[in-house]
Design a protein around this ligand. Structure first.
Ligand code: HEM
Ligand code: HEM
Length: 133
């Protein structure tokens, strides 16, 4: 269901709403939930804080995230089906709460990141010698 009047993503409050809502869906998802819960366990508060910083850096110029986005994904048992589901849930969550240029940027950046991760995961599987362990 869409909120009657949706705004764009402007501030920290919007970022936190997006991230909380998205990972709320992810945790309940039959395909993705077990993978996330298996890795993250009782570290959800820390993961959410990190993801606020990531999206605030990408979308509202907060510059608070420094990290290695790719690395933790390399060993995960994930492929095309998982990324499709991830993106579907992300796009649905963005559209449910927000509309505007930054909301569109969020969806586009998520899709780019997903493509990049998939390419690098494939490379990691086929050419592990190219990655420092
Ligand atoms: C062709 C696509 C991309 C490539 C090759 C790429 C590559 C990289 C690399 C090598 C790093 C350094 C850390 C690491 O190894 O994980 C990095 C950091 C980062 N990337 Fe990307 N990236 C791409 C797309 C994106 C997209 C679409 C976003 C936004 C959703 C993004 C956001 C970031 C952020 C926020 C950091 C951390 C910056 C920091 O530590 O200061 N990247 N990226
Ligand atoms: C099926 C797809 C995906 C799965 C199963 C997945 C799973 C995970 C898990 C389990 C972690 C936590 C690792 C840890 O703390 O031990 C993580 C971290 C992270 N994920 Fe994903 N992810 C997926 C797709 C994406 C996409 C498409 C993006 C970007 C738009 C993304 C961005 C990040 C970032 C930025 C972190 C934090 C990395 C760090 O600095 O430690 N993930 N992911």
């Amino acid at each position: 269901m869409s909120t009657p009047s949706r705004t764009d993503i402007h501030d920290r409050r919007h970022i936190e709403q997006l991230v909380n809502s998205f990972y709320g869906e992810v945790r309940q998802d039959a395909l993705l939930g077990p993978i996330f819960n298996g890795v993250i366990g009782d570290r959800w508060p820390e993961h959410l804080e990190k993801m606020y910083r990531f999206w605030a850096t990408v979308l509202i110029n907060e510059s608070s995230y420094t990290g290695t986005p790719l690395r933790p994904h390399l060993p995960l048992p994930i492929g095309g089906t998982h990324f499709e589901r991830w993106l579907h849930l992300f796009h649905q969550t963005v559209d449910r709460h927000f509309e505007g240029p930054v909301a569109e940027l969020a969806k586009r950046n998520a899709a780019r990141m997903a493509t990049m991760f998939q390419e690098r995961i494939t490379l990691h599987r086929t050419h592990p010698q190219n990655f420092i362990q």
